[in-house]
Design a protein around this ligand. Structure first.
Ligand code: SF4
Length: 313
């Protein structure tokens, strides 16, 4: 099998997102460029965090890739600014949104850890999106340190104040993700403290997630569905448990291109079902290509409570 280099460096997908349906990712920071180093991160371990905002990637190249990709896509729910780290670290994120809007009418979402929302310039940039999906997993400075391992300049109270201020200023949808991990934030008193903070933030949705994919720290385990449902009940009517990736799209048995499959796996670990949806094909064809890529040591797999996940490298 001849392997082509990944055609695109900054655009990936569309991939099935548990929160956004079919989402086309625009990656505007290099791998694991982040203000935090979360224990559950799917991008692997990285002890270096940064607070430096700058133009991390070339705008013209990213936009050229996006325009090319959009020509080949029939159906898309969101263009999502996200990827290999914290996208608000890119000082041109506002300009990216302006340029994407000139290219496509598809709604724009930003997946962010929200740690830079205390900066008015970041809030002004992010206010241009249609949906913001920030995160909150901790309930005080200690839990912030142990779950999210933030940059030394980040203080929990200031982070929460930024989440609240962004909510006040933003007219679009604000969906707060809470990542629950046994041993970190699932005890009744911890959920109670989280609820008090979330009530102050007042998001449109509270989306509960857990470590279903292989995490940076190997001892991280997924919370049971029962516990997730219990936590959702405690957090009120806006809370929902994020279920497995959308499976409603029609799948046709098209040929699988190994470079496309590798591009998806480079961004996130996927099950065979995830790959079937992302690449619009059937299990047999996916399995066939995965097997060959594993033999070439280009793909490896890891089994968690949620099933077998494949990842690049
Ligand atoms: S905020 Fe996201 S990218 Fe950054 S370390 Fe946490 S999970 Fe990884």
């Amino acid at each position: 099998m001849r392997l082509e280099r990944h055609k695109y460096k900054y655009i990936f997908g569309p991939v099935p997102s548990r929160r956004l349906g079919m989402s086309l990712g625009v990656d505007i920071v290099p791998l694991k460029t982040c203000t935090q180093n979360c224990v559950y991160c799917e991008l692997g371990v990285n002890s270096i965090t940064t607070m430096q905002r700058k133009a991390y990637v070339p705008m013209t190249e990213v936009m050229a890739e996006l325009k090319e990709t959009l020509k080949t896509i029939d159906r898309l729910d969101y263009i999502t600014i996200t990827g290999s780290g914290e996208p608000t670290l890119n000082s041109e994120i506002g300009l990216f949104i302006d340029n994407i809007r000139q290219t496509s009418k598809t709604p724009i979402a930003i997946l962010t850890n929200g740690t830079l929302f205390s900066d008015p310039a970041v809030r002004a940039d992010c206010a241009k999106a249609d949906v913001l999906l920030p995160s909150l997993d901790a309930y005080d400075q200690n839990s912030f340190n142990s779950i999210n391992k933030p940059h030394s300049e980040l203080e929990f109270d200031r982070f929460v104040a930024g989440l609240i201020q962004m909510r006040r200023e933003f007219i679009g949808q604000y969906w707060l993700e809470v990542f629950l991990l046994d041993g970190y934030n699932t005890e009744p008193h911890q959920i109670e403290q989280l609820k008090a903070i979330i009530d102050r933030i007042a998001p449109d949705k509270i989306q509960l997630n857990t470590a279903v994919r292989p995490a940076a720290q190997k001892d991280i385990k997924a919370v049971s569905s029962e516990k997730l449902l219990w936590a959702a009940e405690q957090l009120g009517t806006k809370a929902e448990v994020i279920v497995a990736a959308v499976k409603k799209h029609n799948i046709s048995a098209v040929e699988v291109q190994s470079d496309k499959l590798l591009a998806v796996l480079k961004r996130r670990p996927c099950t065979v079902d995830d790959l079937c949806i992302a690449l619009q094909t059937d299990r047999e064809k996916i399995m066939d290509v995965l097997e060959r890529l594993e033999q070439l040591n280009l793909v490896r797999s890891e089994t968690t409570q949620a099933g077998k996940f494949f990842m690049a490298g």
